[in-house]
Write a protein that binds this ligand. Structure first.
Ligand code: ADP
Ligand code: MG
Length: 231
């Protein structure tokens, strides 16, 4: 089902990205000529105050939002040139996204949260289950926890499920929005350490958005967002 097999994994590149939202009579500029390149295996943090444009940056990088101007390249593919269906396919094949809210399905166990994606993809069930279990183990969830539903897991454990789920489709680019906002400091640190580890082992171009400056010791690079501009 891969539509773009010829693309090599080169990561994420944003060039001159501008995004505005309607704001009464005028428009509010959420992203102002933002450029950002993240290579495979590189862990970049984007920090900045609330309202500075961090989530907008991720929405554009995730191809969920089209910028007003500028380019969003994923594995060398200019996503602006793609129609909606091709963008959806690219997202499924190349992107892993961990949103601020966990958006796990309440009725499914941890392992089923991953397998539900495979039923969409149409792969072999036994191989998918083995891979789902292996990924959940690798993010620190043992067999018993893999059979629990979201309400039977802690916030940190739910975030681990989210990360495993995002990795399930073998993404090139991993986008993570405020992964620690619902966690205490120790668990937040553990999640950032896990993201550093998966960036290395899976070779993802990882962007983590956070407003918490204490969590930056494990990242390769820090970019600062201020009023829609990236420094
Ligand atoms: P952050 O994630 O850093 O808090 P956001 O990207 O969510 O920042 O928001 C950047 C700016 O864009 C803010 O001023 C916010 O109010 C505005 N904004 C975000 N999403 C929308 C939207 N869907 N419609 C209108 N304005 C929005
Ligand atoms: Mg945000």
């Amino acid at each position: 089902m891969t539509t773009t097999p010829q693309l090599t994994r080169t990561g994420l590149a944003l060039r001159g990205v501008t995004l505005s939202y309607p704001d009464g009579e005028s428009r509010l500029t959420a992203l102002d000529a933002v450029s950002l390149v993240v290579a495979p295996g590189e862990f970049t943090a984007v920090v900045g105050p609330s309202g500075s444009g961090k989530s907008s940056l991720l929405a554009v990088a995730a191809t969920l939002q089209r910028p007003d101007t500028g380019e969003v390249m994923i594995d060398g593919q200019d996503t602006g040139a793609l129609g909606d269906r091709a963008r959806t396919a690219l997202r499924r094949e190349r992107l892993g996204i961990v949103f601020q809210q966990s958006n796990l399905l309440a009725s499914l166990t941890a392992v089923e949260q991953l397998l539900v994606l495979e039923s969409v993809r149409g792969g072999r069930p036994a191989a998918a289950r083995a891979r789902a279990e292996e990924l959940l183990t690798s993010v620190g969830l043992d067999g018993a926890k893999q059979r629990r539903r979201p309400h039977q897991l802690s916030g940190g454990e739910r975030q681990r499920v989210n990360i495993a789920r995002a990795l399930f489709g073998r993404p090139s680019v991993l986008l993570v929005d405020e992964p620690t906002s619902a966690l205490d400091h120790e668990r937040g640190t553990q999640i950032v350490e896990l993201l550093a580890e998966v960036t290395r082992t899976h070779g993802t171009a990882t962007v983590m958005v956070t407003h918490d400056r204490d969590l930056l010791h494990r990242v390769d690079r820090v970019a600062q967002m201020h009023d829609g501009r990236l420094r």
